[in-house]
Ligand binder design. Structure first.
Ligand code: NAP
Length: 245
């Protein structure tokens, strides 16, 4: 997965899956900027890990719910890295609760960060993406199947990325830019710890009987970002231990 000379921006790269993606892209040769919301110290640790791979690393504080912050983050990335070849939309928020009890504020946050954020990041990135450019978004296995209550709005927000990915692949195909979607299943992060409340039930829904590790999702993203995946666009890749089988 040769990413040498590529310049990447990963949203939500301070922790969990996004941090693993930032590192995987750097390990394969890319310079990597990433955004975060609050975790400045953890972001600094990710920058050091990127730099340990002799790549440039840049942490940008930018709330994915703020359109101005999104535009600034893309501009800052392009300024610091000299351009942009790969955009990975990973920042996401999951607020559990029954639909009957869901507050307007929580619904709005999930729509802003999980749906509008990826659209606005793509919009800001598109003018910079040349042939060979890549957009990879992180959806969720819950976009296609919702096997328990309490995650309805989150699942709905992630399913919007299915249509977004397919439509955008049609729009950007003529300029040689690919657009793909990765659907992680239960992955051991702060958002969904492998020792959490319903973790055993989640394990029982998979073929492999276990949670994924962030780096196992990241390696799929690094592949889709690489030249080896040049014919793959508009695709949806389940990385979920068989949850969707
Ligand atoms: P996580 O451990 O909670 O990490 C979330 C990351 O997103 C952090 O870097 C966080 O930054 C950032 N973020 C959250 N809200 C943001 C905002 N408004 N603006 C900017 N950055 C923001 O989550 P994760 O499990 O790694 O999830 C990563 C992605 O995978 C999400 O899109 C999630 O929906 C998806 N996913 C996760 C699972 C799972 O089981 N874990 C399964 C399927 C899909 P701070 O550190 O600054 O807060």
């Amino acid at each position: 997965m040769d990413l040498i000379g590529k310049r990447a921006l990963v949203t939500g790269g301070s922790r969990g899956i996004g941090a693993a993606i930032a590192l995987a892209l750097a390990e394969n040769g890319a310079d990597v900027a990433f955004t975060y919301q609050r975790s400045a110290e953890r972001a600094a640790t990710v920058v050091r890990s990127i730099e340990d791979n002799d790549r440039r690393g840049l942490a940008i504080q930018a709330d994915s719910a703020d359109p101005d912050a999104i535009r600034r983050a893309v501009a800052q990335t392009v300024g610091a890295l000299g351009g942009l070849d790969i955009l990975v939309n990973s920042a996401g928020v999951a607020i559990a609760g029954m639909t009957a009890d869901l507050s307007l504020a929580d619904l709005q946050t999930m729509l802003d960060v999980n749906v509008r954020g990826p659209v606005l990041f793509a919009q800001a990135a598109i003018p910079h993406l040349a042939a060979g450019g890549r957009i990879v978004s992180i959806g969720s296995s819950l976009a296609e199947r919702v096997p328990f209550p309490g995650v309805t709005a989150y699942a709905m927000s992630k399913s919007a990325l299915l249509a977004f990915t397919r439509g955008l692949s049609r729009e950007l195909g003529p300029q040689g830019v690919t657009v793909n979607l990765v659907l992680p299943g239960s992955t051991d992060t702060d958002m969904n710890p492998a020792d959490g409340e319903n973790a055993d039930y989640q394990r029982s829904l998979t073929s492999l009987g276990r949670f994924g590790e962030p780096r196992e999702v990241a390696s799929a993203v690094a592949f889709l970002a690489s030249p080896a995946a040049c014919l793959i666009t508009g695709a949806v890749l389940n990385v979920d231990g068989g949850f969707a089988a």
